[in-house]
Write a protein that binds this ligand. Structure first.
Ligand code: ATP
Ligand code: MG
Length: 569
């Protein structure tokens, strides 16, 4: 997998978009007017690849920076050495660039600030607002109290500054085993907000870190690292998801204790929370996504059924569609769930604009045109993309033996079936009118071939006498078509809310989420480029696999499921 790719050609222009308004942008605009230099950041923990929820956070943070002429940092929140990997660090950068964004300067790491965080922790100890606690994690948790029930002070809470400094230095020096001691902030064990009940700042973990190696055996908690890293990076607006809203007073408390104030040349960061993106039929947590990979439910993080950015990308979702979707769902202050069909409608809209059109048959049925001369081949003109005149035309071969879609034939047609049945005439796309005469069956009684006649006067599919047909069908020439593996996808989960009501989502896997078939495709697709997106007429949008272009994924069907969902509600 490549770790660095140039941004796609459709990278968004970095321009002001005054029409995009929400409570965060309103705040940014007001702060900018008051003289604040706008700096945002995207702070992933490199413990997995990014998912579509992260795409929303990326579009928001990078979008704000670009709209307001500010900066957006990429910071790896690498404070938990147990789960982090350099592969993920590279993959995250790759995904952000693919989405069309570029961060300010070098990639930043929380671990770059470990020394400064340590010094600030010593400062808090010296100020009498942090202490080393010798209690274990269970005892600390048990003494934290509950909602409406105050916690209990630790017996180690009133250690002297000198003793705390000494203990903390020895924690760093590796004198204690994992879990033997922690550093805690000394705030208020009776505080109504549990986050302020002497939260843990450092834990002992004798674990190598993917960047700092064995230099440290104490690691800062998210809460202790996050706001301080924002401050060190001069972040003005620290945008995160709603579940951190109770952490904001702690975020502010740490900045107060360290003494970080807003000034002309330095930002004091503020945290703002927005609702996380949730979508039906997918899971959106790296832990669950990792389990899908480790349990071999999918082929990897970039399996086209995954809700990861790399999975969607491999499936053929354009970056522009993810950006447009993110902008459309906007930022809210209340959590909710969007329908997956809405995302798919953005994918379809974008692919309608950019995807080349081709013909292919997924489930072939042979058609022999009895009045078409054997051995004759005509190369007919076909439009590459009716939405894009620049895309030009191509030639497609027409001959006596074709394949059409098996579903386009019925021996005994149901009402309103206007496609092929004995006696009925249809149009073959870009070719001729074709009349079905007879179905040939095998010994088992299955239809194996259709006998038909064409009307030479209807070249190009135009009727010379005003005669009308109700349907136009896609087809390929049997002699010229190429056979390719096409993978058709359905939802990975059978439930719209996988994992809801404490059900294990791994019990809700759709066994038919991927079906592989051999399709017959027009010859122009012989040299389709890896990752190339196309529409197979009447069948959907497809994408050649980025590793093996002889495999083709169906990205989405052509049906606008979103319109149907809206009608229903
Ligand atoms: P997950 O729980 O899915 O593993 P996370 O929040 O632990 O995600 P981080 O790497 O910590 O993942 O997230 C980086 C940033 O992306 C955070 O600022 C987080 O708020 C944001 N983010 C994560 N999930 C979503 C989501 N579903 N919608 C919007 N933003 C998200
Ligand atoms: Mg997280």
């Amino acid at each position: 997998m490549s770790t660095h790719e140039t941004p796609p050609a459709d990278t968004p222009a970095f321009v002001a978009r005054p029409e995009v308004r929400d409570f965060i942008r309103d705040q940014v605009a007001a702060d900018q007017a008051a003289g604040v230099a706008i700096v945002t950041r995207f702070p992933p923990e490199p413990n997995g690849y990014l998912h579509i929820g992260h795409a929303k956070a990326i579009c928001l943070n990078f979008g704000i920076a670009s709209e307001f002429g500010g900066l957006c940092n990429l910071r790896m929140d690498d404070t938990n050495p147990l789960t982090e990997k350099t592969d993920f660090v590279a993959g995250i950068q790759d995904d952000i660039r693919w989405l069309g964004f570029e961060w300010n300067g070098e990639v930043k790491y929380a671990s770059d600030n470990f020394e400064q965080l340590f010094i600030w922790a010593q400062q808090l100890i010296t100020q009498g607002v942090a202490y080393v606690d010798d209690q274990n994690a269970e005892t600390i948790a048990a003494m934290r109290g509950a909602i409406g029930v105050p916690g209990t002070n630790s017996p180690f809470r009133d250690r002297s500054v000198e003793e705390n400094l000494d203990q903390f230095a020895r924690m760093r020096a590796g004198e204690f085993v994992d879990g033997e001691k922690v550093l805690r902030a000394k705030i208020d064990m009776g505080h109504a907000n549990g986050q302020l009940r002497d939260p843990i700042m450092y834990r002992i973990r004798h674990v190598s870190h993917h960047r700092t190696g064995d230099a440290w055996c104490i690691y800062p908690t998210y809460d202790w690292a996050h706001g301080q890293c924002d401050a060190l990076e001069n972040v003005s607006h620290s945008v995160c998801t709603l579940e951190f809203d109770a952490h904001r007073p702690l975020y502010d408390w740490y900045l107060d204790q360290i003494g970080i104030t807003q000034s002309a040349d330095r930002n004091r960061p503020h945290q703002y929370e927005f609702a996380r993106l949730n979508l039906t039929y997918i899971v959106m947590s790296k832990r669950k996504l990792a389990q899908l990979v480790s349990d071999c439910v999918v082929d990897g993080w970039d399996d086209p059924r995954m809700s990861t950015i790399r999975g969607m990308r491999r499936r053929g979702y354009p970056a522009a569609a993810l950006r447009a979707f993110s902008a459309h769902v906007g930022v809210a202050k209340v959590n909710g769930t969007n329908e997956i069909e809405l995302l798919e409608s953005f994918v379809r809209d974008e692919l309608n604009r950019v995807a080349i059109r081709r013909m292919g048959v997924l489930n072939p049925l042979k058609v022999v045109i009895e009045n078409y001369p054997a051995g004759q081949v005509e190369w007919l003109d076909a439009v590459n993309n009716p939405e894009d005149p620049e895309a030009g035309t191509r030639k497609i071969p027409f001959s006596r033996t074709l394949y059409v879609e098996r579903e386009d034939f019925m021996e005994d047609p149901v009402p309103k079936f206007y496609r092929l049945f004995p006696g009925n005439e249809v149009r073959l796309r870009y070719a001729y009118f074709l009349k079905c005469n007879e179905a040939i069956k095998n010994e088992a009684g299955e239809v194996v071939e259709i006998r038909a006649t064409y009307d030479p006067a209807t070249h190009g599919g135009q009727s010379p006498d005003g005669r009308k047909v109700k349907t136009t069908l896609h087809w390929v020439s049997a002699e010229h078509c190429i056979q390719r593996e096409v993978r058709l996808y359905d939802r990975l989960f059978t439930d719209a809310f996988p994992g809801a009501d404490n059900v294990d989502p791994m019990t809700q896997i759709n066994p038919a989420s991927r079906v592989s078939i051999q399709a017959m495709l027009e010859p122009a697709l012989a040299d389709v480029a890896p990752g190339e997106q196309l529409q197979l007429e009447r069948l959907g949008y497809f994408c050649a696999d980025s590793n093996d272009s002889s495999v083709i994924h169906r990205t989405v069907s052509l049906k606008d499921e979103w319109a149907r969902v809206q009608k229903r509600s």
